[in-house]
Design a protein around this ligand. Structure first.
Ligand code: ATP
Length: 295
């Protein structure tokens, strides 16, 4: 095999709780992760000459070791002493710095792709173990589907699949730094926490409405006061008939879950024509297994 085409799928958080701030400064989290069918396309070609060549459709993205896709390739090439090189073409679709794990998912797809084209024989578990060096969300991006993430996000437990639904994604044209959000979070003073266990039970019972009702993200306590547009997008989505609307990760992307396709389409059109969001997508959740050609 000389080349391979991969899909790097985005994630949303159906629930995000911060349990505590650790002494080393990291936050311990409990998050329900969910893959959605919004993806970057990654083409990987083997080259006879050593080296990593990366090209993207976005001029401002780094194409050196500052790009997670590059670092992922380097990790396996170095560990296995692969004498050949790779050329990677990355077509970004997932909003950047948006709380949707775009970079982590690119890294995950590159690891899985290199494992295949160079026939390294690593299992999914072995890839996941290595991938945490690249970022706490990367193991999840290899696992995909519905999962509980604990620790700093790297301790994963697969959950039963989230019931199928439509997902409206809207990113306002603002930049929110993940570091700023966690620095300003008063983890010890949070007055309410999302009911992550209740949400897991709802997912297990395939109760979409209840799972959506229980959505909650403690990081909104930092971002919504600082960036009211996030709260406004949530309100609009609820007004358009979402079963639940919430910020994903550290934001600023907001997503809404819809059972009814027509309502979802209507909300998508309204949101696209409105002025609150710069990037708007309508997609679906994607469960473990997914399409046979999804990687
Ligand atoms: P998370 O949900 O894990 O917090 P995110 O959506 O906030 O991720 P990304 O889109 O992954 O953030 O990228 C954040 C930063 O990382 C960007 O500012 C970008 O310069 C850098 N970066 C490195 N590699 C990539 C990549 N492959 N795709 C996007 N951004 C990348």
């Amino acid at each position: 095999m000389k080349e391979i085409r991969m899909k790097a799928l985005a994630k949303i958080n159906l629930g995000l709780d911060v349990v505590k701030k650790r002494e080393d400064g990291y936050h311990e989290v409990r998050m329900i992760m969910q893959t959605v069918k919004l993806y970057d396309q990654i083409d990987i070609h083997k080259m006879d000459k050593p080296g990593i060549r990366l090209k993207t459709n976005l001029q401002y993205l780094p194409v050196d070791e500052n790009n997670l896709a590059y670092r992922a390739a380097r990790l396996l090439i170095e560990e296995f002493g692969i004498p050949k090189g790779v050329s990677i073409r990355l077509r970004k679709v997932i909003p950047i710095a948006a709380g949707m794990a775009g970079g982590s998912s690119d890294a995950a797809a590159v690891l899985v792709g290199l494992n295949r084209i160079f026939q390294l024989g690593l299992t999914k578990q072995e890839l996941m173990e290595r991938s945490v060096k690249l970022g706490a969300d990367v193991p999840y991006c290899i696992l995909r589907g519905t999962a509980l993430a604990e620790g700093i996000g790297e301790k994963l437990t697969r959950l039963p699949a989230m019931p199928k639904c439509h997902v409206l994604i809207a990113k306002p044209g603002i930049h929110v730094s993940t570091k700023m959000v966690y620095t300003n979070l008063r983890a010890d003073e949070l007055v309410s926490h999302p009911d992550i266990d209740g949400q897991i039970a709802a997912i297990r019972e395939r109760d979409l409405r209840r799972a959506a009702e229980l959505m909650g993200n403690v990081l909104e306590t930092v971002t919504i006061p600082a960036y009211p547009v996030i709260g406004k997008i949530k309100e609009k989505m609820m007004a358009y008939g979402a079963l639940g609307a919430m910020m994903s990760g550290s934001g600023p992307t907001v997503f809404g879950l819809f059972e009814d396709e027509e309502k979802a389409r209507y909300a998508y059109e309204k949101m696209r024509r409105g002025s609150l969001a710069k990037q708007v997508y309508l997609t679906r959740i994607m469960n473990h297994g997914g399409d046979a050609n999804d990687r």
